[in-house]
Ligand binder design. Structure first.
Ligand code: F6P
Length: 332
């Protein structure tokens, strides 16, 4: 394989060296990369950044984010439908979107999609991203997709990943054999492998949490935050606080540099804020594949049984030692 193979070369190489059935997953991953290439171009387009866009109207705040999300979903939907492998998508507004073309109806796979995570950051030109995961459907191929098809524990994911539209657009995924990252060369309009077999570094560098709601944290986690702030050169503390308000961006920085991201349980929001299917599970799958850990404070995220598509879960995710320490403080 070339030193920097393209995404399609890498997918083909994985397909040759891994188990049977991989071809379908490779096909879906490649389709996701095509949609994200198109979105990368949209994000670099003046209209997306100025707020006068897509529909031609000048939109503000929530309305603008909704339109951007719908637009992104439409991009992914069209391309995934054309693969004939995916029979339905679901998105955080809890809609199940069946893909109805003749081929897609016979597709054996499901995709969860957070089309633009951290979309509030679009207004201020901070990176945001798409988070996805792929599951095998449970109900018989050809029958209508039902909600229960999507209610699978994160352990059942066949692949997950994200795309960050930032200073560089990167796509990072795992299909259960390590985590690899690809960078978009926008002149060649190709993703090239830029980091293979990514692992969390040993250093514990950052902690990421919205400190605004600190007084509503349970006591154990409050003590862990204080522990992060204490000075102890032997353990590299104090850790540096970093929080962009874009989960995928905070997760990625911590994966590269060592750190923990927390959107925990608060007294008034016992299940936190993040969506189990769209955010926690895909990132937990990647974290474990990179030697990290993801927990709701007590239990591994990937073991949780979803009861509804829109289910929320507290999330502590990142370097294994940091998440374990936070769990210890919570356990008291
Ligand atoms: O769930 C969307 C999201 O924007 C995440 O990307 C981000 O980490 C979080 O919400 C930020 O929420 P808050 O503004 O409450 O800290």
């Amino acid at each position: 394989m070339a030193q920097h193979p393209t995404l399609s070369e890498f997918i083909y190489w994985e397909q040759e060296s891994l188990s049977a059935g991989y071809a379908d997953i490779g096909h879906i991953l490649f389709a996701i990369s095509l949609a994200s290439r198109a979105l990368h171009q949209d994000f670099s387009h003046l209209g997306f950044c100025s707020g006068t866009q897509l529909s031609g109207e000048s939109l503000e705040g929530t309305e603008r984010r909704r339109e951007a999300d719908n637009y992104a979903v439409a991009r992914f939907k069209d391309i995934l439908e054309a693969t004939g492998k995916v029979c339905a998508l679901t998105t955080p507004d809890e809609k199940i979107i069946p893909l109805n073309s003749h081929h897609a109806r016979k597709g054996g796979y499901l995709v969860t999609l957070d089309p633009i995570d951290g979309s509030r950051n679009l207004d201020v030109n901070i990176a945001s991203g798409t988070i996805f995961s792929i599951y095998k459907r449970l109900s018989p191929v050809g029958s209508p997709v039902v909600t229960g098809d999507f209610l699978q524990p994160g352990r059942m994911q066949l692949a997950s990943g994200y795309v960050i539209y930032g200073p560089a657009t990167i796509l990072l995924y795992s299909r259960g054999y390590g985590v690899n990252a690809f960078t978009l060369d926008s002149q060649a309009n190709q993703f090239y492998l830029t980091q293979d077999n990514i692992r969390y570094p040993k250093d514990h560098t950052f902690y990421s949490i919205n400190e605004n709601a600190e007084q509503k944290l349970e006591p154990g986690l409050q003590q862990y935050i204080n522990y992060c702030r204490e000075s102890d050169p032997a353990t590299g503390r104090p850790y540096k606080p970093r929080y962009t308000g874009s989960l995928v961006t905070d997760f990625h920085r911590n994966l590269m540099k060592g750190g923990i991201y927390m959107y925990p349980s608060y007294m008034d929001h016992p299940n936190g804020k993040l969506h189990l299917l769209f955010q926690c599970n895909p990132l937990a799958f990647l974290a474990e594949q990179a030697g990290g850990k993801a927990s709701n404070g007590k239990t591994s995220i990937l073991e949780l049984q979803p009861l509804e598509v829109g289910q929320q879960a507290p999330l502590l995710i990142g370097s294994e030692g940091m998440v374990r320490k936070a769990e210890e403080f919570i356990a008291g």
